[in-house]
Design a protein around this ligand. Structure first.
Ligand code: NAD
Length: 452
């Protein structure tokens, strides 16, 4: 009997980030002088793990674990969300912090990368319990966070209310100090920006619009009439569905953690939002066909927007993906192996560090506004975001074109310098975006004299 042994795909996020990094390094300019610095730029500056006793509504004290990783401060203070999720862990948080460093560099905001996570299931926690966990986590982090050191923001299953609790706790720990900029994504009444809520999706929309205008997807030059599927119906996904629909796209499927709903003639996105608010899920939307959670990704469409979790498109389902463009509103939804299959099939991917950077751009605006004690108009915020996203999209597209043109010389140089025999793949948009970002981090480190 012949046994076929399938190679297991490595889904550890930190290993995935390293794989991506190693794909980008051979394309970095002035490679010769920075092999050592490249390794240093990959490692996180600091990893904090805290254990927190919190009294839950049942009257018992439960122990929670939380993480905060500061990946790099070479371009400025750390910036990155805090997520509440049962599977949050050190490697996941390190990976997400690394992507934040690259994302901030790519859209040129003066921050480094950071991320936090608390291991808990928000579906099983009351609002009061979430508040107590948040306050305890903030106190446990103490002065490792701060307006000029490490600035949290919302992420998976946290929101503006969570940020208000973090701010309040931190402010009590620093009486008499101006501490509003310690956190972004706050409610408008607390110095937040109204447009922050939809900023991640808005950024994804601007990047997609410009990418299509630039001819990124053959035969698809505008959103009007394009069919769209969105996985995840939270902050990123819900706003994306609405914005793409407003631009004339036909949203044929959306999903959340309980399942999906499909209407090939186009869902009424506002009615789906209303249903989600009432029923807690989009899956039971009465005017759509209910589908299993995983099936939503396989629906034929022009544009697929994963906006939920990482590792959603893997070798297990990539062959069934039927989209022309994938816009990564979520962080890390596609594995490197799946990336290669998509590239071979000509499916374009707007990578996470570009596509979902709108959130951190508007977070930067909020931080700057708080420091200057100003309040900008929402229309100004949107216009500034639009310009930044279009510029970053152009930089990535142009960089990829020059990398593809020169791929043979990059291969020769890499063979001379490293001699490690590694296969240098034809770069996709992700590798191009990361090459730009890592190069900017390197330049900052050299100019600061951090590296001799
Ligand atoms: P959120 O908590 O507001 O929403 C998450 C959504 O995903 C919910 O609708 C949930 O039901 C759904 N979901 C969870 N598991 C699912 C599954 N297995 N299948 C389908 N849907 C599932 O979170 P968010 O802030 O929208 O974040 C979503 C993604 O976007 C994350 O990867 C996050 O890191 C990324 N992101 C968010 C922001 C931001 O500003 N919020 C910025 C950049 C990137």
């Amino acid at each position: 009997m012949t046994a076929t042994i399938a190679r297991m795909e490595d889904l550890n996020l930190h290993h995935i980030v390293r794989q991506q990094f190693e794909r980008a390094v051979p394309f970095a300019d002035e490679l010769d002088g920075w092999m050592g610095i490249a390794q240093w730029l990959f490692e996180p500056d600091r990893v904090i793990e805290v254990t927190m006793p919190v009294t839950l509504d049942d009257g018992y004290v439960h122990i929670f674990r939380g993480y905060r990783v500061l990946h790099s401060t070479v371009r400025g203070p750390g910036k990155g969300g805090i997520r509440f999720h049962p599977e949050a862990g050190p490697d996941e948080v390190k990976a997400l912090a690394t992507w934040m460093s690259w994302k901030c560099a790519l859209v040129d905001v003066p921050f480094g990368g950071a991320k936090g996570g608390v291991v808990c299931d928000p579906h099983l926690l009351s609002i009061g319990e979430q508040e107590r966990i948040t306050r305890r986590f903030t106190a446990a982090l103490g002065d490792t966070i701060g307006p000029f050191t490490d600035i949290p923001a919302p992420d998976l299953y946290t929101n503006s209310q969570t940020m208000a609790w973090i701010y309040d706790t931190y402010a009590m720990m620093h009486p008499g100090e101006a501490t509003l900029p310690v956190v972004t994504g706050k409610p408008v009444a607390l110095g937040g920006i109204g447009a922050r809520q939809g900023a991640t999706a808005q950024g994804a929309y601007y990047a997609t619009e410009h990418f299509l205008e630039m001819g990124g997807v053959a035969g698809l030059d505008r959103l009007d009439g394009a069919t769209v599927v969105v996985q995840g119906f939270g902050n990123a996904g819900r706003h994306a569905a609405r914005l793409f629909r407003d631009a004339g796209a036909v949203v044929v499927g959306v999903s959340d953690s309980k399942g999906g709903t499909v209407d090939l003639s186009g869902l009424d996105v506002i009615a789906v939002e209303r249903h989600k608010e009432e029923a807690g899920t989009v899956a039971s939307y009465p005017d759509g066909e209910r589908v299993e959670r995983g099936a939503i990704l396989e629906l034929p469409c022009d544009i697929l927007i994963p906006a939920a979790l990482e590792n959603q498109i893997t070798t297990a389902n990539v062959d069934r993906i039927d989209a022309r463009l994938i816009v990564e509103a979520a962080n890390g939804p596609i594995t490197p192996e799946a990336d290669d299959v998509l590239a071979a099939r000509g499916v374009k991917v707007l990578p996470d560090i570009l596509a979902n950077a709108g959130g951190v751009v508007v977070s930067y605006f909020e931080w700057a506004q708080n420091i200057e004690n100003q309040r900008w108009e929402d229309s100004d915020v949107r216009e500034k975001l639009r310009r930044r996203m279009r510029r970053a999209t152009e930089v990535v597209v142009t960089k990829r074109a020059s990398m593809v043109d020169g791929v043979d010389s990059y291969r020769r140089r890499w063979a001379e310098i490293s001699g490690d025999g590694r296969e240098i793949l034809t770069p996709d948009l992700r590798t191009a975006a990361q090459t730009v970002a890592i190069g900017r981090c390197r330049d900052a480190a050299l100019q600061r004299g951090v590296w001799p």
